[in-house]
Design a protein around this ligand. Structure first.
Ligand code: ZN
Length: 177
């Protein structure tokens, strides 16, 4: 239902941006450097959007493209949350040995943190979908420039351009230094 009219994934340079840095997480609190699979996986399953020459930025087709990405991402995260809950329920009764149980509790607390992070992400995705509905998507909250298709595909919930984001992260770092 998304962008059907991009039959060829052109092999030419598909990213006009210098680079999506490998550091995946937006440091929300940033304490744990744990790489979340959720930060990465949804972005493998779409074709990079190739706008027509005369196509306006964030016209209906582009909004639809990102709505689709976000919906699929959210769906995937929700499944992960379900899996975590089920997993914890399955395991909960299985360890009579206190030592095993301690290990298990540690594992659970990690899983709970992951789940918490997923919940926040799901919330953020919902907020972003709302912005798409209001056609208020794809522009930097801080300076107003176009965030750009490639950056949004790498990070569909981005609400700042690369520069403003970098600046914000720098400030954040200084605050906690
Ligand atoms: Zn900006």
């Amino acid at each position: 239902m998304a962008a059907d009219d991009t039959p060829t994934r052109s092999s030419s340079a598909s990213s006009s941006e210098p680079g999506n840095p490998p550091r995946a997480r937006i440091g929300a609190g940033g304490a744990s450097g744990v790489a979340t699979p959720g930060g990465d996986s949804p972005f493998r399953s779409f074709k990079p959007y190739e706008p027509a020459d005369d196509e306006p930025y964030m016209g209906p087709a582009q909004l639809e493209h990102f709505r689709d990405i976000l919906l699929r991402w959210r769906h995937q995260l929700m499944e992960e949350v379900d899996r975590t809950v089920n997993h914890m329920q399955d395991e909960a009764a299985n360890f009579p040995d206190p030592a095993d149980r301690a290990t298990q509790e540690e594992e659970f607390s990690i899983e709970l943190k992951t789940r918490d992070r997923e919940r926040k992400l799901i919330k953020k995705i919902a907020d972003t979908l709302e912005r798409i509905d209001q056609e208020d998507y794809g522009y930097c909250d801080t300076c107003g420039v176009e965030i750009g298709l490639r950056r949004l595909e790498a990070r569909p919930t981005a609400s700042q351009c690369v520069d403003c984001k970098a600046l914000a992260e720098l400030r954040e770092k200084q605050l906690h230094a």
